[in-house]
Design a protein around this ligand. Structure first.
Ligand code: UGA
Length: 431
C-alpha cells in the first residue's frame, strides 16, 4: 500500500519505518525542513535502537521518503496516518491543536483528490476526537465520509527505546473504523503483523489506548506505594512482586518500584483521562491517587537519602540517569527533574550524568554540573542516585564506586545486586 505518515516524532517515524519494512511505500511528512532533510539522508532525528540502520536501508531502496508537502503526500498515497503530538494543555486536558491542523491540511488535499482515501488517527486522543474534531476538519474539504474518504483510529502501543521491536511484534493491533472499507484497508496494512487484531469502533479504539496506559501507570504507582510500606517493615518489594506477579491474572510486568513514572505518555494520558472523567461529571479517585503517588515518589527517594546521610546540605550528589528511562534521550516528565530540584532545594551540589540525555536535560536545567563520563560523575561524590535503567548502570561494580568520597548508592531502579558490592552503603527503593 502507499502510506503517508504525518509527524515524524517517535510514533510517526517508527511507524513509517515499520510499515516500509514490511513492503509498503511510505512518505513521511513533517513541517520541520531540517528533520525532513535528515530523514531523506537516512539519519533519524530521534535516537531509537535499530532505527538508523533500518532507515538507511529503506531510504536507499526508495521505500521511504520524507517531505514537508502534506498535500502531495496525501494525493500520492492511499492512506494517511496522523501521528502528531497531543501534549497536555494547561488544565491537564489534551492540546489538540496539532491534530486539528494536521486534519485541516489533509482536508485541503482531499478536496483535490478524486479517489477514496483513508485518514487514520494514530496519536493518542480522547474518545470522540476522531469522529468529532478530526471528522469536522476533514468534511470541510466538501468530501463525504464513507464515500470519498474513510476514517479510522489505530492507537500505538510502542515503548521508547524498544519502539521498533514493539511496532514489529505488537501484542495486539487495535483498529477502530467508521466505515467497512477503511477497516478492510487497515487490515491490509497490518496483514504482515503476526498479532491478534481487535476490530472495533473509533471511540472504543481511542479508549483502549487511554485505559492501557492508565492501568500500566496504576500498576507502577501501586508498586511504589507498596514499596514504601515494605521499606518500613524489612520486606523487599521486589521479592513481594516476584511472588505476586506469578499469578497470571496479575502479571509481573510494570510492578517495578522506582522513582515514579515519567515520559511523554503515562503522566499526560492519566491526566487527560482524569480531565475527561471530570468533563463527564464523573469522579476519578483511583487515577488521582495514581498521580499523587507519582508526584510524591521522587521526593520520597530524596527523603530516603537524607535520612541516611543526616543532611544533604553541601553534599555532592550524583544523579545517574536524566532521561525518563534508559535507552532514550527523552527527558519529558523525567523523574530526574523533581529529584534534582529537591536536592538543590536541600542545598546539595548536584552532578548529572546520562549516556544520551545530558544535552536535552541541560537545556532545562543549567544550574547543576554535568559529567563527561561515569567515572567523572562519581569522582568525589558523597552519594549517588540511580534514577533510570541504562544498561551501563546495571554493570556498575564496587570498583566504579571506589572513586566516590562516601560510597553511598541509592538504587532508584533496583538494578544492582548489593551482595556483590563491597564497601558500598547500598540503599534500594522498596528495600
Ligand atoms: C508507554 C507504554 O508502555 C507504551 O505501551 C505506550 O505505547 C507509550 O507509553 C505511549 O503511550 O506512547 P513509554 O512512555 O515509552 O511507553 O515508557 P515505559 O517503558 O512504559 O515507561 C514509562 C515510565 O514508567 C518510565 O519512567 C519507567 O521508568 C517507568 N516504569 C516502568 C516504572 O517505574 N516501573 C515499571 O515497572 C515500568
Amino acid at each position: 500500500m502507499r502510506i503517508s505518515v504525518i509527524g515524524t516524532g517517535y510514533v510517526g517515524l517508527v511507524s513509517g519505518v515499520g510499515f516500509a519494512s514490511v513492503g509498503h511505500d511510505v512518505l513521511c511528512v513533517d513541517i520541520d525542513e531540517e528533520k525532513v532533510e535528515m530523514i531523506n539522508r537516512g539519519e533519524p532525528p530521534i535516537y531509537e535502537k535499530g532505527l538508523e540502520e533500518l532507515l538507511g536501508v529503506l531510504v536507499t531502496s526508495g521505500k521511504l521518503k520524507a517531505t514537508t508537502d502534506t498535500a502531495r503526500a496525501v494525493v500520492k498515497t492511499d492512506i494517511t496516518f496522523i501521528c502528531v503530538g497531543t501534549p497536555s494543555g494547561e488544565d491537564g486536558g489534551q492540546d489538540l491543536s496539532y491534530i486539528e491542523k494536521a486534519a485541516e491540511d489533509v482536508a485541503e488535499a482531499l478536496a483535490k483528490k478524486d479517489d477514496y482515501h483513508v485518514v487514520c488517527v494514530k496519536s493518542t486522543v480522547k474518545p470522540g476526537t476522531t469522529d468529532g474534531l478530526v471528522l469536522r476538519a476533514l468534511e470541510s474539504s466538501g468530501k463525504k465520509v464513507g464515500d470519498d474518504f474513510g476514517l479510522a483510529m489505530n492507537p500505538e502501543f510502542l515503548r521508547e527505546g524498544i519502539a521498533l521491536k514493539d511496532f514489529m511484534e505488537p501484542d495486539r493491533v487495535v483498529i477502530g473504523a467508521l466505515d467497512k472499507r477503511s477497516m478492510e484497508i487497515l487490515a491490509e496494512v497490518y496483514k504482515e503483523f503476526p498479532a491478534p487484531k481487535v476490530y472495533t469502533d473509533l471511540r472504543t479504539a481511542e479508549m483502549i489506548k487511554y485505559v492501557s496506559n492508565a492501568l500500566l501507570a496504576t500498576k507502577i504507582s501501586f508498586a511504589n506505594e507498596v514499596s514504601r510500606i515494605c521499606e518500613e517493615t524489612g520486606i523487599d518489594v521486589y521479592d513481594v512482586m516476584g511472588g505476586v506477579g506469578l499469578d497470571h491474572r496479575i502479571n509481573r510486568d510494570f510492578l517495578n518500584a522506582g522513582c515514579g513514572f515519567g515520559g511523554s505518555c503515562f503522566p499526560k494520558d492519566v491526566k487527560a483521562l482524569v480531565k475527561y472523567a471530570h468533563e463527564l461529571g464523573m469522579s476519578s479517585h483511583l487515577l488521582d491517587a495514581v498521580l499523587e503517588v507519582n508526584e510524591e515518589q521522587p521526593v520520597h527517594v530524596i527523603d530516603m537519602l537524607e535520612r541516611n546521610m543526616g543532611s544533604l546540605e553541601d553534599k555532592k550528589v550524583t544523579v545517574l540517569g536524566l532521561a525518563f528511562k534508559g535507552g532514550t534521550d527523552d527527558i519529558r516528565e523525567t523523574r530526574a527533574l523533581p529529584m534534582v530540584k529537591e536536592l538543590v532545594k536541600r542545598g546539595s551540589e548536584v552532578v548529572g550524568y546520562d549516556p544520551e540525555a545530558m544535552k536535552n536535560f541541560s537545556f532545562v536545567v543549567d544550574y547543576i554540573d554535568y559529567a563527561g563520563d561515569l567515572e567523572e560523575a562519581l569522582e568525589g561524590a558523597d552519594a549517588c542516585i540511580i534514577q533510570n535503567d541504562w544498561q551501563e548502570f546495571k554493570e556498575l561494580t564496587s570498583d566504579d564506586f571506589a572513586v566516590m568520597k562516601n560510597k553511598i548508592v541509592l538504587d532508584g531502579r533496583r538494578l544492582l545486586d548489593p551482595s556483590k558490592l563491597d564497601g558500598v552503603t547500598y540503599l534500594g527503593v522498596g528495600l
